[in-house]
Design a binder for this molecule. Structure first.
Ligand code: SAM
Ligand code: SF4
Length: 467
């Protein structure tokens, strides 16, 4: 730790331990009282979250999930936003014991993509129908230094395939200085995503053995620097399985509360990565605090109740079955067709000796879209908020009164139709068009007046139609 560096004082382990210690398995009446409060969409306190986390009765768990589902539907409707990660380098100077990219892992084939290779990977993703990418990298920069990252963003935005293009580039990279965050903002990133991995200092020290990432505070304060630099949309997360999940969700609430107090707005998204097997990592195959599927669903549902307006992300770490269950309790964004090895989209199958961890969902984008349609969700490729300046506080203002339905839902339908026209297989297209008519049939007059002309424009060949 750097004694002169920033301190993440907003994480108060004693407060978390005390909150957990005074919570016990709650009475049914208390749970129902909390769920009634949550349904008003005013969020939950630390004590209330802790209380729900101890619910074990199947009946009450079902009620928690039902409340989360109702809130998600109220705020997000049927939308599910899709994206893909783009791994550009697996070189890393850190030693995170759970990650295949860690410096000492001799079993890994190292690779840093050139700009030409990044453009090629991007074009493959565009041809699959993607409009949003998440750039991911290990923490060693190549010779060009940070310029490599800035060039990567430029390369991705410049790639075109027919009418297709990437319209929002998010990043998941090492913590940066405020100056570098400014450069990322100027390069046009959407969300800066950073997972603390674990907020528990003792566990953090035990799993990060070497390199800059050992500094807990430098990492935990990174999103403050990002927001100071003007990046409105930041994404948080912990790596579930490293430490007690109850502790971690309360710590995430402390970080959320801190960002809200300091910047007037909390994180744009929360991700829920769960530890997956990784080449050469023992801890990844045997998580010290493994989270069961049941607890995983419970914690996602509780977070939906606690922060109703925050986007929640589910990656392809999880199996199709687990992913489906999470959509119903609060997930609003998903990745699809992912590879976690640099160059993996071109190489096809994904090289286990170049990948960061093992995936649970290997389906193609079209298969995921088809499945999502079958479940009654509307796949969305929308990027409008960020491009119309609806970020940070503006986004939350829009989200809070449920106004999302007059912007996001029409945008979801128009970008979905764009996908169906340009990229879908025939069966997916037919199922998707049917879903759009069902969605239209459920809309109010005002929504129809907005959505129909947009859909007509897409049908007649116009692209990137949004409001
Ligand atoms: N290197 C940067 C960092 O560590 O923040 C950015 C990218 S890192 C490749 C992305 C995330 O992958 C990490 O924050 C971590 O949570 C996750 N990850 C690492 N090993 C994993 C594993 N075995 N299973 C699941 N997720 C893992
Ligand atoms: Fe490097 Fe990130 Fe993997 Fe740690 S999690 S070894 S910092 S790539």
């Amino acid at each position: 730790m750097d004694p002169d560096g920033p301190r993440a004082d907003f994480i108060d382990e004693q407060e978390i331990e005390a909150t957990l210690a005074r919570s016990a398995r709650p009475e049914a009446g208390r749970v129902r009282e909390l769920l009634a409060k949550a349904r008003e969409m005013r969020g939950l306190s630390m004590d209330e979250i802790a209380c729900l986390s101890f619910v074990e009765s199947p009946q009450l768990l079902a009620e928690i999930c039902a409340a989360a589902k109702a809130i998600k539907e109220e705020i997000y409707g049927s939308r599910l936003v899709l994206f893909a990660p783009l791994y550009i380098s697996n070189q890393c100077s850190n030693e995170c014991t759970y990650c295949a990219f860690r410096a000492s892992n001799a079993a890994l084939t190292r690779r840093t993509l050139t700009q030409a290779e990044i453009a090629e990977e991007t074009r493959i993703l565009i041809r699959q129908g993607h409009k949003r990418l998440l750039v991911v990298a290990g923490e060693t920069l190549p010779q060009q230094g940070f310029q490599y990252i800035l060039d990567t963003i430029k390369t991705i935005y410049a790639a075109k395939v027919g009418p297709g293009e990437i319209r929002r580039v998010n990043v998941n990279l090492a913590p940066q200085t405020t100056e570098r965050f400014r450069q990322l903002k100027d390069a046009g990133i959407g969300t800066f995503q950073l997972f603390q991995e674990t907020f528990h200092r003792g566990t953090y020290a035990a799993v990060h053995l070497r390199g800059r990432k050992r500094d807990y505070d430098w990492r935990a304060t990174a999103l403050d620097r990002a927001m100071e630099a003007g990046i409105d949309d930041v994404g948080i997360g912990v790596l579930f399985g490293l430490y007690d999940w109850r502790f971690e969700i309360l710590a995430m609430m402390q970080q959320i509360r801190h960002l809200e107090q300091r910047f007037g707005v909390g994180p744009h998204t929360i991700s829920f990565p769960r530890l997956e097997p990784a080449v050469g990592s023992e801890i990844a195959s045997r998580p010290p605090h493994a989270v069961s599927d049941m607890d995983f669903l419970k914690l996602i549902a509780i977070m939906r109740l606690a922060v109703p307006y925050t986007g929640m992300i589910m990656s392809t770490r999880e199996t199709a079955e687990v992913r489906r269950a999470t959509f119903a309790v609060g997930i609003s964004q998903i990745s699809a067709g992912s590879r976690t090895d640099p160059g993996g989209y071109k190489d096809g199958e994904g090289d286990p000796y170049g990948s960061q961890f093992q995936l649970g969902d290997h389906r193609s984008v079209d298969e995921v879209v088809r499945d999502v349609i079958g479940l009654g969700y509307t796949p969305s490729f929308c990027t409008a908020c960020y491009r119309t300046g609806r970020t940070g506080q503006d986004f939350m203002d829009l989200a809070k009164p449920g106004e999302i339905k007059y912007h996001c839902h029409p945008n979801a339908l128009s970008t979905f139709l764009e996908y169906l026209c340009d990229y879908a297989r025939p069966g997916t297209r037919a199922a998707g068009e049917k879903l759009i008519s069902i969605e239209l049939a459920h809309m109010d007059q005002q929504q129809i007046a907005i959505a129909l002309p947009m859909l007509d424009e897409v049908s007649s060949g116009k692209r990137d139609v949004f409001i």
